[in-house]
Ligand binder design. Sequence first.
Ligand code: ADP
Ligand code: MG
Length: 347
Amino acid sequence: MQKKTEQQRTELKDLGEFGLIQRIQQQFPTKHPESVLGIGDDAAVIDTGTDHYTLVSTDMLVEGIHFDLSYVPLKHLGYKAVAANVSDIAAMNGTPKQFTVSLGLSNRFPLEAIDELYAGIKHACNNYKIDLIGGDTTSTRAGLVISITAIGEVKKEEIVYRKGCKENELICVSGDLGGAYMGLQVLEREKQVFMANPDMQPELDGKDYIVRRQLKPEARTDMIYELRDLGVVPTSMIDISDGLASELMHICSQSGVGAILYEEHLPIAKVTYDTSVEFNIDPTTSILNGGEDYELLFTVKQEDYDKIKKNAEIIEIGYVLPKEKGVVLKTKGEQIVPITAQGWKHF
Ligand code: ADP
Ligand code: MG
């Protein structure tokens, strides 16, 4: 018998999610000139020969990893799954038009559960004016898997990539951050309390805002219209799904720049701040590393400052620096500290 040769085994956690995606990207250069941009941004960009580009984005949610059905209502889950994909289309400065839904289901789910899921999906269809045009249904051994692909469009001259920002431009976000993460902490805590004593009622009083941020986030398509009305085309943009720090690193590495954020300008709702303190989490950590807020992070030229100032929801949080200066945070105590991306470590 032949002796088995020792095969090399590389753990995925050593590459990380971004390392793995980069590796796939390098192995698949695009062949068609119509494939304007493949892997590497919030959505792929396709030229169909009109004055618009077509945008395609896909995302998968897995039970036990991305959601816990013991406190996530199926209706909200359906809504959130669509919103997360719409958010990626918005991050290209685009308008969502169609989407497909693929489900992996086990016999644990009765028809009524699927009806609930689709009630949330329908609500998202109406809210984001987007059409469900297909999908796939298959069975799983146990958990629920939802995969959505969204299709959108953007005028060619208005497309915004992760790359494109330059030194001295302003870094902005579209709303407050850290809420979805703190909402998750509250829901997890109440789950533990409930498991220890099922007679206990969940204590969510006063936490409605952050719980909603976690369970039913909104994609900021409204901000895309707002920027259009203001006559501002951002120089780079990404949506905040993994956390501000991680998304800023994407913009900086793809644009070949550095950045400085000012801690005192980072937007946080009072309830998010108070809940962070209650949980012994530094509020700035919730802002930088808490994910799933689905706000937009973007850069604009200095000359657009007067225009964006008109919208109270657009907050300037820093400036683009030359690459050598790195990606840093100026703390309230005037210290300069490097920003490190945590993102989600899936593996
Ligand atoms: P986002 O957080 O905006 O959804 P991701 O980090 O999931 O973005 O993906 C970044 C890029 O990598 C996107 O262009 C996406 O299509 C691509 N991508 C992610 N996973 C894979 C994969 N398994 N194969 C090919 N491309 C992938
Ligand atoms: Mg994205």
